[in-house]
Design a protein around this ligand. Sequence first.
Ligand SMILES: [Zn+2]
Length: 287
Amino acid sequence: MVPRHLLTTPISRELWHALQQRSRSSGQSIADIVQRTLAEALDLDHDAVFQVSTSGAIFDGVFEGFVTIGDLRRHGDFGIGTFDAIDGELIMLDGHCYQARSDGSVRQAPDDALTPFASVCWHQADLRVEVREPISWPELERLLDQHRPTENATVGIRCDGRFDRLHLRAACRAESGTDLATATRGQAEFVHGRISGTLVGFWTPAFARSIGIPGYHVHFISDDRAIGGHVLDLQAANLTIECNWTNDLRIAMPSQGAFLSADLHGPDDATVRAVEGQAAAFRDSRT
Ligand SMILES: [Zn+2]
């Protein structure tokens, strides 16, 4: 684990005994209990992934935004998603939220813009890996598979580096009611060479497939914030990879509209592959 900040403070004997008892009964480390309890007391959900709507809803065509970007930024500084009427790709990095549109433009999204689907967290590196050789997307997936501690936790993935080739897409605006597979058939695709920037994304476990996009789902934003999108394929020259994992999930769900009558079972693997494009969106890492 990469050190974050070290807190050294005297506490009462009663608190110490209670902490030890909770750690024994719950199996959590004392550090985890302190972090989680402090976050709750200070009204922060620092270890949680904050999810807007579900993959089932977005694949079934529930595209109406209902959470503002301002609200989203209160729940994390790092993440991905889309905008109202799937008007492009959402990339949140270091607290700034960007919109990569189908015309190839990237702008900083205003706080009053709406999202129908997003996943954000507070990025912190539980693990850091340097890759100094060229690496393709399938190779990067396999490397990330090796470093995931479990199949059963969500992993936030940040990769900073240089890319020899990037194949990106940006969803075109579509009205609610069109399923995502149909809506993204006319997506805009872009290929870029020799570009520096950051991959931002998540690995979502199989059990959460109706909530998040199962497997790897990664977006990109360039260092100059001029190029961005959903990653379909890549060849990287070198990368610094940072991962953090959590099983604490908060979900904001619409309380009205198309969500209430949507089929929320979530996409099958073939549909995920067709829509998200990233090679074998959900693979067993042991095969
Ligand atoms: Zn995406």
